[in-house]
Structure formats: C-alpha cells, structure tokens
Design a protein around this ligand. Structure first.
Ligand SMILES: Cc1cc2nc3c(=O)[nH]c(=O)nc-3n(C[C@H](O)[C@H](O)[C@H](O)COP(=O)(O)OP(=O)(O)OC[C@H]3O[C@@H](n4cnc5c(N)ncnc54)[C@H](O)[C@@H]3O)c2cc1C
Ligand code: FES
Length: 260
C-alpha cells in the first residue's frame, strides 16, 4: 500500500451549491482517470477522481452526497486531510479526433484529461452535461482550454436542451470521431454505449471501494470479478463489453446488490 500523507487544503472553490473543488499543494504525479483515497480523520475513507494535476498541485471536485462529503464541505482552507494514491488505471491518450461525454460531478476529471490530450495535439470535443444549470460545472475551466465545448442540460436551462447522450448521438452521426471517453452516471454511460456504434471507447466507472489496492474485493464487477480499483476505474471497450452488471446493479458497503 502506498504511503499515506497528510495535506493542508490550499484552496476551495464553490462550483455549485453541492459541488466544491479542493486543491492541495503536493506533487501527486497522477494520470487522468486515476483517483485518490481521502480521509478527514473522523471516520471513513472515500475515493475521488483527480480533476487537475500539475507539477506542484492537484485538485479533486466533490459532490455533497452523504455524511462523509457533508463533513468535507465544512472544511476550510488550512484544514488538514489525509490521502493515499493516486490509484487505478488511467485514460488512453489519443492524439486524434476525440469526443468526451461527461455528466454531473464526474465531468471535472475531463479537465485533467483534456489538458493531457491537448499536449499530444488531439482534436477535442467535449459534451458537458448536467440535469440543470445549477448543477453544471467547470464551464470556465473548459472555455480557458480552448476546446470545442457543447453544454447541455436536461431541462434546457443552459446550453442545448437534452441529455448528454442525445447530443452525443447527433454529433457521432455527423462527425468522424476516432475515440470516445465517458465519465458520468452509469446509466448515462450505458445509454451512450447503445448509440456509440463501432467507435473505440473508454468509460470511467465508480463502485464502492474500501482498500483501493485490490485486496478486499469490495469493488469487483461481474462476471469476471475484475477489481475496479486496480484494473479500473477506467475500462476499455473490450472490458466493458464483458461486464454483465453494467447499468444493472452495484454493491453497497456490505456487498449487497443495489439496482440502478
Ligand atoms: C473511482 C471513483 C471516483 C470517484 N470520484 C468522485 C469524484 O470525483 N467526486 C465525487 O464527488 N465523488 C466521487 N466518487 C464517489 C464518492 O466516493 C462517493 O460519492 C462518496 O464516497 C460518498 O460518500 P458519502 O459518505 O458522502 O455518501 P454515502 O452516504 O456514503 O453514499 C452515497 C452514495 O455514494 C456511494 N459510495 C459511498 N461510499 C463509496 C465508496 N467508498 N466508493 C464508491 N462509492 C461510494 C454509495 O453507494 C451511495 O450511493 C468516486 C467514486 C469512485 C469509486
Ligand atoms: S476496493 Fe478493495 S479490491 Fe477494490
């Protein structure tokens, strides 16, 4: 297991009422798609994707959901948390014409990915989807990257009206993409898989995680028992196609199956 380190929160940005970005001055050396395990010393340890990573700092972007993330939201700049990682697989870095399809709090990981893809000269189109304007994130960050961004909201309060997948279906039919990346709710990725045709893709999955180093088995996916914390969280098309639980169920802390 990698060494645990204690870090001071260097910066906090309120992205929406329920989403905040926490930045730390630390050289993490992560790759896009990887995650860290974070604890606040008060019980529990949770996985979070890396939304930005440079030589001397990195960020995570967190949605307030339950007890743990509610406690995290009470932290201030200068407070301490403890992390380990970065863990897991990372996104393939294409230098071609790529489509990034993101939804909700899972979109910010594409900020980090897009920066790395730009370095290789990739031609990037990003669909940044959310249910509604108040939940839409990272608009300015993506504008600053100078990539082709299509904002969507299910209710039409920002950008195009419709789901990220509906927009993806339209532009996949029009344009020639070489590779598709997705990060978002699992049902969004399942719907995307149904409209993606023959294109190569990688999806970022979330499952309940405890050890994050492949020992406890909490994050395995049927039928092969692939460990999402080691072989994932980014899975290739070949691996995704073999999953029988994709879009159907996940497991809680006790291992009980929960339907989506
Ligand atoms: C690889 C990976 C990357 C993630 N990246 C982000 C991110 O960038 N931003 C973000 O806001 N959230 C991310 N999550 C989800 C985040 O870990 C959970 O939302 C968080 O643990 C919720 O904790 P809670 O106590 O506030 O809520 P809880 O009340 O404990 O749970 C709320 C929901 O989160 C799920 N959950 C709880 N604990 C875990 C866990 N340890 N692993 C996976 N799911 C869990 C539960 O199944 C439940 O559906 C990621 C999860 C994984 C596996
Ligand atoms: S979280 Fe323990 S094996 Fe993945």
């Amino acid at each position: 297991m990698e060494k645990r380190i204690t870090l001071k929160i260097a910066k906090i940005v309120d992205e929406t009422r329920d989403i905040k970005t926490f930045t730390f001055n630390h050289s993490l050396g992560a790759k896009p798609g990887q995650f860290i395990m974070l604890t606040d010393f008060e019980g529990g340890e949770k996985p979070f994707s890396i939304s930005d990573c440079s030589k001397n700092e990195f960020s995570i972007t967190v949605k307030r959901i339950g007890d743990f993330t509610t406690r995290l939201f009470q932290k201030c700049v200068g407070d301490y948390v403890s992390i380990r990682g970065a863990y897991g697989s990372s996104f393939f870095v294409s230098n071609k014409k790529v489509l990034l399809v993101g939804g909700g709090y899972a979109v910010p990981t594409f900020n980090f990915l897009a920066k790395v893809l730009l370095e290789t000269g990739a031609d990037i189109t990003l669909i940044n989807g959310a249910c509604t304007r108040a939940e839409h994130v990272f608009d300015n960050s993506f504008k600053n990257l100078n990539i082709n961004v299509i904002n969507t909201t299910d209710d039409g309060t920002l950008g195009e009206a419709g789901t990220a997948v509906e927009i993806a279906q339209k532009i996949i039919a029009q344009g020639k993409f070489d590779f598709v990346y997705a990060s978002g709710p699992e049902l969004m990725m399942k719907a995307l898989q149904n409209v993606i045709g023959d294109l190569e893709y990688e999806f970022l999955f979330e499952r309940y995680m405890k050890c994050a180093v492949g020992i406890c088995g909490s994050c395995t996916m049927d039928p092969s028992g692939i460990r999402l914390c080691v072989e994932g969280p980014v899975l290739s098309k070949r691996k995704v196609e073999k999953l029988t639980e994709f879009g159907k169920y996940h497991r809680d802390a006790s291992g009980k199956r929960i339907k989506f």
